[in-house]
Design a protein around this ligand. Structure first.
Ligand code: ATP
Length: 240
């Protein structure tokens, strides 16, 4: 199994006048292809900082972050933008859909920006909409959808470029418990299909759907634990 993402001794300092905040203090872990990892920890532990680095939104102060073998710590800002567009599928708490566009158009947005919108790609976007359960809602606009449906559009949009991983930031933070369950079931299904998922969350219920939980504390890894429930599900799937 190849290593999709490798975080190696990463630090991140923020400078506030004369003060330095050590937000990450030497964090290392690998996310092999097909893994499903939840990053958890108390407020201020460094989750958002790590998410920004994994999402190529910022450079680490030191250490390496390898995406498909490429060290993003050394990448230019332009290259980071390319990596964000081509290798990472973002899913946010607030969905971040464009209100004027339809479901199908929102899913197509990443292709539009990359000037790759062909009839074949458009057909694929329709398939993705169907896969997330919105095949009958292609012409609806975000305001005509429930929160869960909006998050489904965002997930389909995140898949459009066949990213090496999905990076989800509190993806159920704006959803009720029933809809949270539906969205987490969709993540489970995507992971079963082989998609690598990295999820940042405060909510233990949500984090415990992952195969592994990485806990941060004061900018360091406190623990990396396998989720026994998910590991046994994996074993069962392998046996069947
Ligand atoms: N842009 C910034 N400038 C200065 N300090 C920052 C900046 N961003 C984060 N920090 C500090 O870095 C530390 C880690 O913050 P971070 O936002 O990564 O934590 P978090 O675990 O995501 O917290 P939360 O769950 O509240 O979002 C905190 O002490 C925070 O105050």
């Amino acid at each position: 199994m190849s290593i999709g993402v490798s975080v190696q001794n990463v630090t991140k300092d923020y400078h506030m006048g004369t003060e330095v905040v050590h937000a990450l203090r030497g964090v290392s872990f690998d996310v092999p292809e097909g893994d499903y990892v939840a990053i958890m920890g108390a407020s201020g532990s460094g989750k958002s900082t790590l998410l920004n680095l994994l999402g190529c939104l910022d450079h680490p102060t030191s250490g390496k972050i390898l995406l498909d073998g490429e060290n993003v710590a050394e990448a230019s800002d332009d290259r980071l933008a390319e990596l964000r567009a081509s290798k990472i599928g973002f899913v946010f708490q607030s969905f971040n859909l464009i209100p004027q566009l339809t479901v199908l158009e929102n899913i197509e947005v990443p292709l539009y920006y990359q000037r790759r919108l062909s009839p074949k790609e458009r057909a694929r976007c329709k398939e993705l909409a169907a896969m997330v359960g919105l095949g009958e809602r292609l012409n609806h606009r975000p305001t005509q959808l429930s929160g869960g449906q909006q998050q489904r559009v965002a997930i389909a949009r995140a898949l459009v470029n066949d990213p090496i991983f999905i990076l989800a930031d509190e993806p159920t933070g704006n959803l009720d418990s029933v809809t949270t369950e539906e969205i987490m079931n969709l993540f489970d299904e995507l992971n079963r299909q082989g998609k690598t998922i990295i999820l940042v969350t405060h909510e233990l219920d949500v984090g415990s759907r992952a195969k592994r939980i990485i806990r941060l504390r004061d900018g360091k890894i406190e623990s990396i634990t396998d989720n026994p429930a998910r590991s046994s599900a994996r074993t069962k799937a392998a046996v069947n």
